[in-house]
Design a protein around this ligand. Sequence first.
Ligand SMILES: Nc1ncnc2c1ncn2[C@@H]1O[C@H](COP(=O)(O)OP(=O)(O)OP(=O)(O)O)[C@@H](O)[C@H]1O
Ligand SMILES: Nc1nc2c(c(=O)[nH]1)N=C(CO)CN2
Length: 181
Amino acid sequence: MKSSVPSEYSEAYIALGANLGDREQTLTEAIQMLGDHSDIEIVRCSGLYETAPVGYIDQPSFLNMVLMLRTTLEPEPLLMSMLDVENKLGRVRDIRWGPRTVDLDLLWMDHQQLHTERLELPHPRMNERAFVLVPLAEIVSSDQHPELFYSVQQSLQLIEAEQQGIHYVKAFTMPFNSKLK
Ligand SMILES: Nc1ncnc2c1ncn2[C@@H]1O[C@H](COP(=O)(O)OP(=O)(O)OP(=O)(O)O)[C@@H](O)[C@H]1O
Ligand SMILES: Nc1nc2c(c(=O)[nH]1)N=C(CO)CN2
């Protein structure tokens, strides 16, 4: 299906995580819901990674991945669409960094730096998280986003030890008839 996103669009990377319920199904639904938004085109998805919980460790392991999208939305409306997807998939916010059905974090958007009440860009903790950097490194192209590519490579070297808890599970494939092939 032809992209509904016109030429003047932004490119962004979103990190997804889930550690409650049918994690893979929830991540698939989250990506489908984002892709169904007329102003968003999902361009590329990393594989799925089984990751040990970080921060609040008394919880089940996560499935994590990262995707790249194109959008005509501005950063805050994109964040609102992401929060809407989380709510529709039943996310309950109780313990900070605790278990969740799904979590969507906006990592990076067209080199923009933003610090508003609702949104910080780039994500302030992305460079210290192997569960973000490892899938992100899988899909960031040094041709398209060289600054981000080299920053991710450098951060990965700095947190080498942390990568022990990250295990590649499989490639991520959308179900048949979705726009993302
Ligand atoms: N780059 C960003 N991506 C997603 N949410 C952000 C971002 N910057 C600020 N926020 C704000 O953070 C709020 C809390 O997000 P959430 O509860 O998902 O945090 P978390 O994912 O548990 O922790 P962390 O932010 O460390 O990943 C969101 O409602 C959103 O307004
Ligand atoms: N492995 C892993 N650990 C986490 C994750 C996550 O997505 N994966 N998200 C958190 C809050 O954003 C806190 N800890």
